[in-house]
Design a protein around this ligand. Structure first.
Ligand code: ADP
Length: 210
């Protein structure tokens, strides 16, 4: 059921018959939760459509790059402490890196096990920048790995839904990487954990012409 179907269903129930106060409160509560889910879903869909449809805007904003430590500070306040090289710059817009890191880190936390951990690392080689989010959580069975970047694809539907997932997070991550000409790589084993690595190409230094 979509959130809107339940909202309408519970509104119908409230309108159609006499309910005691306690039942009415329960219905309001459900409508409230479902409305939140709907809002989250719409925000994610708008984000995805903006990334897909306005790449020029993003390229413009990416021109000056973004300070990774700053992005991390923001995500950290939202999620969990990480500490990258304070001078490392990603060849991407600040707000896009924030979305990407938020989605990868919240997944690494949500699809984890009690006492589990999340590691974040980043760095650069001659021609590319990379950002890696690793967890030792529940992992992703091989047969699902090719599909989890698809919209609305979820391995554990009930768990994802219970945790407030929309099924769009990884597809946003992939689109952001592609927006900058990069890619996302996944390595995962059920019960051991997952590693998501985002690669972004760096402009090669200009060699002086003699
Ligand atoms: P959701 O909102 O459901 O989290 P995502 O697109 O972010 O949507 O992820 C899609 C699915 O991939 C999730 O429902 C989950 O089954 C699986 N998944 C994503 N990240 C991880 C992870 N770090 N460990 C295990 N499973 C994961």
């Amino acid at each position: 059921k979509t959130p809107l179907t339940s909202i309408r269903g519970y509104l119908e129930l409230l309108k159609s018959s006499q309910r005691d106060e306690e039942t009415r409160q329960q219905f309001y509560e459900i409508i409230d939760i479902e409305a939140d889910r709907l809002m989250h879903l719409i925000t994610d869909m708008l984000e995805l459509s903006e990334i897909e449809n306005r790449p020029a805007l993003d390229r413009q904003e990416a021109a000056e790059g973004c300070n990774l430590a700053e992005v991390s500070q923001e995500v950290m306040a939202q999620l969990q402490p990480i500490a990258p090289d304070p001078n490392l710059r990603a060849p991407a817009a600040h707000r896009r890196m924030r979305q990407l890191l938020t989605n990868l880190m919240s997944n690494a936390i949500l699809y984890n096990k009690p006492g589990g951990a999340v590691w974040v690392s980043a760095g650069r080689a001659r021609d590319h920048f990379f950002l890696r989010v690793r967890d030792n959580g529940i992992g992703i069975p091989e047969e699902h790995q090719a599909r989890i970047f698809e919209r609305f694809y979820r391995v554990y539907k009930e768990r994802s839904r219970a945790l407030g997932g929309t099924g769009l997070g990884l597809s946003i991550v992939k689109h952001i990487a592609q927006l900058y000409g990069g890619s996302v790589q996944l390595e995962s084993r059920p019960d051991e954990g997952s590693v998501f690595t985002v690669y972004l190409p760096l402009p090669l230094p200009q060699t002086p012409v003699a």
